[in-house]
Write a protein that binds this ligand. Structure first.
Ligand code: GRF
Length: 195
């Protein structure tokens, strides 16, 4: 099964997928493509080290959203993508993409959806919101991406961590990332088994 991973940044979630595919934890799978929204990010380096094809598709290179979406869909199709995994992809995609990959596109979000999700809830903002709300626990969610909204699809897996006294957004982010790196490969294997 061909997995294409969409990224925008450092790629620690991508690395978790690379490692779990390499050790056989995600059976019958290969990462066929890493598609980044930005050039010069470490995700691309991680892919190159693992001899995985990379492509950068960024807004500035296309006249409009439609043309950029066409390019994304073409790149995914070219690799025979069976499953799209959004792993730190920071751009809201056109609904054309989850429609083309209904039931075959997942995303990881660094909070316990439905809490602290939706537009504007990305990166440190998520953890700031968790702390501001006084939540005593947080975690991560892997969900299907649908065409109804941001972070709105059916939940596949969640992992929980405590929020501790003295937590800063950065400390909480690191604790949540350790859960992300576990549940994203697990969810990927679960979804692939159903395809
Ligand atoms: C992760 O916290 C992920 O949940 C969020 O963006 C971050 C990406 O981190 N979507 P990385 O690029 O995988 O290290």
């Amino acid at each position: 099964m061909n997995i294409s991973v969409m990224v925008s940044g450092g790629g620690t979630n991508l690395q978790a997928l690379i490692d779990r595919v390499a050790d056989g934890s995600i059976p019958d799978a290969r990462i066929a493509l890493v598609l980044s929204s930005r050039d010069g990010v470490y995700s691309l380096e991680r892919a190159r080290k693992a001899s995985i094809k990379t492509v950068v598709i960024s807004k500035k290179d296309y006249p409009d959203e439609e043309a950029k979406t066409d390019a994304i869909l073409a790149a995914l199709a070219e690799e025979g993508t069976d499953l799209v995994v959004m792993a730190g992809y920071m751009i809201i995609v056109s609904p054309r993409i989850p429609r083309a990959y209904a039931g075959r596109i997942i995303n990881i979000h660094p909070a316990l959806l439905p809490r602290h999700g939706g537009p504007g809830y990305y990166g440190l903002h998520v953890h700031e919101a968790v702390l501001a709300a006084g939540d005593t626990e947080s975690g991560a969610t892997v969900h299907y991406v649908d065409d109804r909204g941001v972070d709105s699809g059916e939940i596949i897996l969640q992992g929980r961590v405590p929020v501790l006294d003295g937590d800063t957004p950065e400390i909480l982010q690191q604790r949540v990332l350790t859960v992300e790196h576990r549940i994203l490969p697990e969810a990927t294997a679960l979804v692939l088994q159903k395809l």
